[in-house]
Design a protein around this ligand. Structure first.
Ligand SMILES: Nc1ncnc2c1ncn2[C@@H]1O[C@H](COP(=O)(O)OP(=O)(O)OP(=O)(O)O)[C@@H](O)[C@H]1O
Ligand SMILES: [Mg+2]
Length: 252
């Protein structure tokens, strides 16, 4: 894996075990600036573990993890505001409106109230929620909540966005719209993103590059997704099959 000065995430020879249970072994991953990378694998393959090491929640047993040149575990504080996270559970605060939820991350970074409001408004509009600014969380649908969560993640202008299965529990139409919005916004604003999914289709649709993890084994496939592959039915199907095979899926 060629980690360059342009890399936002660099994992080098990382191993991680929980007791006797080896999750990652000599794993090397890098994500370049502006790149959208999908992390795939069956349940238990270690996707969330990798994300947790990248965001500094978990420490690698050996090897190095760097985000923007910093150790996310040891230098957690220095990375404040540089990393934004959106998870399956949207983690919105129920007593705050949509716009107040988006503002929160900005206020924590000591941005003025007026500036935070302006930025939050802008990002809600970008995820097509301009009309829902003042709604409380319980007044929002699951899809709308995910959009708020996404707006909150992107509003702080992070160097890196981490998503864990963010779109998967939504209905097909909503999640498709959300994926399209996310890809558009992420590309337009050149956000660097590592996202976890178990849906091959999502990965092909959104990512510039796809990584497949296998339980205990580490990285077992890495493929670039060329733009023309997305449009070409046959190429797309072939890539889908290669990813499925790497995941150890023998037909579902
Ligand atoms: N804190 C922990 N303590 C012990 N074992 C853990 C811990 N976290 C994860 N594991 C184990 O590590 C393995 C990888 O877990 P991880 O959550 O990274 O998988 P995943 O690929 O995200 O799976 P899923 O698709 O189900 O979310 C699993 O076998 C899990 O049981
Ligand atoms: Mg997981």
């Amino acid at each position: 894996m060629n980690a360059s000065a342009n890399s936002v995430i660099v994992m080098n020879g990382v191993s991680k075990a929980f007791g006797p249970h080896v999750v990652a072994k000599d794993l090397s991953i890098s994500v370049s600036k502006g790149e959208i990378v999908a992390l795939l694998g069956r349940t238990g393959a270690g996707k969330s573990t990798v994300l947790n090491m990248v965001m500094g929640n978990l420490r690698a047993d050996s090897g190095t993890v760097r985000v923007a040149g910093l150790d996310p575990y040891g230098e957690f504080k220095k990375l404040r505001g540089k990393m934004a996270v959106s998870f399956q559970q949207d983690r919105l605060l129920p007593w705050r409106t949509a716009i107040e939820n988006v503002e929160l991350g900005l206020l924590i970074l000591n941005i003025s109230k007026a500036e935070a409001r302006k930025t939050a408004k802008l990002w809600l509009a970008r995820v097509n929620l301009a009309d829902a600014e003042d709604k409380y969380v319980h007044e929002l649908s699951g899809g709308m909540r995910q959009r708020v969560s996404l707006a909150r993640a992107l509003a702080v202008d992070p160097e890196l966005v981490l998503l864990d299965e963010s779109f998967s529990q939504l209905d097909h139409v909503t999640s498709k719209a959300l994926r399209a919005d996310f890809s558009k916004v992420a590309r337009e604003f050149k956000k660097t993103c590592l996202f976890v999914t178990h849906r091959i289709e999502d990965a092909i649709e959104m990512a510039d590059r796809v990584l497949v993890l296998r339980p205990g084994a580490g990285l077992c496939l890495e493929e670039r997704v060329a733009a023309n592959v997305r449009e070409d039915e046959a190429a797309r199907a072939a890539l889908h099959d290669r990813i499925a095979a790497a995941m150890g899926d023998h037909g579902e």
